[in-house]
Design a protein around this ligand. Structure first.
Ligand SMILES: *[C@@H]1O[C@H](CO)[C@@H](O)[C@H](O)[C@H]1NC(C)=O
Length: 405
């Protein structure tokens, strides 16, 4: 394999001097490093480099030991949908050293069968790092996203997706203007994310920063997220998640949910969100569950602590009457059971008079919700208020607004 590659480069080198430089690069980076430039990436931002990336990944993945997939800096790579799949049988660890600037193809026709953009699947001990940028070029496709208006809609590609990976670290990367979600974790076990920078305009549809579903052992920390939707959204079937040191805004805040939309959803349990600042967001900490939920599930054991709200419209909100489309006339109450929820040391300003909303399900009222040291002031001057439905919360320490019962 290695040998035939070398011949390939020698072949090139006879033709043009620029490739001779690449031979040297190729040889010096041989062994456990696989550079996309050695696999034919043009890196000019114009020609599609997807095939080169896939070839480099496949070579790295079928190699052995600790391997590295290198995407060299100061170059732009145009990419359509790419899938980096494992298992990589003899590989101990695989590091994707992403130093370049990746630009997503804007032609939606290249994303067939619900393709996402860059997908990692079934890989163990993957590290994605290097300071590079994933530019989803979403502004071209946002007008085609009808999901905010219609329940049945075509979902656009997520920029970076992790499917059933184990022991994954994502560190020092940037994601810009995704077409749909920026980053999605599905069925991952043990995931560490830090120094992730995510940026999209406040009016971009469904550009959630990090969406997590059916995962366990996820730690996301020290990251800056500004989008048009949730900075972090925690879907169904998650357990043992710690989210800390997130700077969120603009966007819809940090959301648990929406839960209860589909049948057979998993429970969400064991969640800690701490040391976060939300600035100018629509919500601060939100738990939202659908009305008319077809199945029942639990959302339990969640602690939200040391959260600063700077001009947030709904700083604390439990909403079990989530119904973004108008067809909710039947009003069957949500069947997601919310319990053991702790809000501690939550302070700052609300841009609406109702700073705390606890709107629980008529069918399954919230159980054991505790607020300790809450200090949220309405920026408009009048005292902030709280509203509650179907809940008897407990309170300790400072309470501004005054508890509602
Ligand atoms: C609640 O969640 C935390 C954090 O994941 C965990 O350490 C703790 O054991 C959980 N408590 C219960 C009673 O399950």
């Amino acid at each position: 394999m290695k040998l035939s590659l070398l011949f390939l480069f020698l072949g090139f080198s006879l033709v043009n001097a620029r490739h001779r430089v690449r031979i040297n690069l190729g040889v010096s980076s041989s062994g456990s490093t696989f550079s996309v430039l050695d696999y034919g990436a043009r890196a000019d931002g114009l020609h599609d480099d997807s095939q080169a990336f896939m070839k480099a990944w496949n070579a790295a993945c079928s190699s052995s030991g600790a391997v590295k997939l290198l995407v060299p800096p100061q170059r732009t790579y145009l990419l359509g949908p790419v899938k980096f799949k494992g298992p990589c049988k003899n590989v101990q660890s695989i590091t994707v050293h992403m130093q370049g600037y990746l630009r997503a193809t804007t032609d939606l026709g290249t994303y067939v069968n619900g393709d996402d953009w860059v997908e990692f699947g079934w890989v163990d001990h993957l590290t994605l790092t290097g300071g590079g940028t994933f530019d989803g070029q979403g502004s071209v496709s946002w007008p085609y996203n009808k999901c905010p208006q219609n329940k049945i809609c075509k979902v656009l590609p997520t920029s970076i997706k992790f499917v059933e990976t184990t022991n994954t670290a994502v560190k020092s990367i940037k994601s810009l203007n995704s077409k749909f979600f920026h980053i999605a974790l599905l069925g991952c076990k043990n995931f560490w994310g830090n120094d992730i920078r995510i940026q999209a305009p406040s009016n971009s549809p469904n550009t959630d920063g990090i969406h997590i579903e059916r995962c366990s052992g996820v730690n996301i920390y020290s990251s800056v997220i500004g989008t048009g939707d949730d900075c972090i959204s925690i879907g169904q079937g998650n357990e043992q998640l710690v989210i800390s040191g997130i700077n969120c805004g603009p966007g819809h805040g940090i959301s648990i949910g929406s839960l209860g939309r589909y049948q057979n959803e998993g429970d969400v349990r064991g969640l800690v969100i701490k040391d976060c600042t939300l600035s100018g967001t629509a919500n601060g900490i939100r738990i939202k569950t659908w009305e008319n939920s077809p199945g029942s599930s639990y959302a339990t054991n969640m602690t939200f602590t040391n959260i600063i709200m700077k001009s947030v419209a709904n700083p604390i909100i439990i909403d079990q009457e989530y119904c973004p489309y108008i067809s909710c006339a039947s009003k069957v109450p949500s069947r997601v059971r919310i319990s053991d929820i702790f809000f501690r040391d939550i302070r700052g300003t609300s841009t609406t008079p109702v700073a705390v909303t606890l709107k629980c399900s008529r069918g399954v009222p919230c159980q054991n919700v505790n607020l300790h040291n809450v200090n949220l002031r309405y920026a408009g001057g009048a005292p902030a208020k709280a509203t509650c439905f179907n809940i008897k919360a407990s309170y300790s320490g400072t309470q501004i607004p005054e508890p509602c019962q």
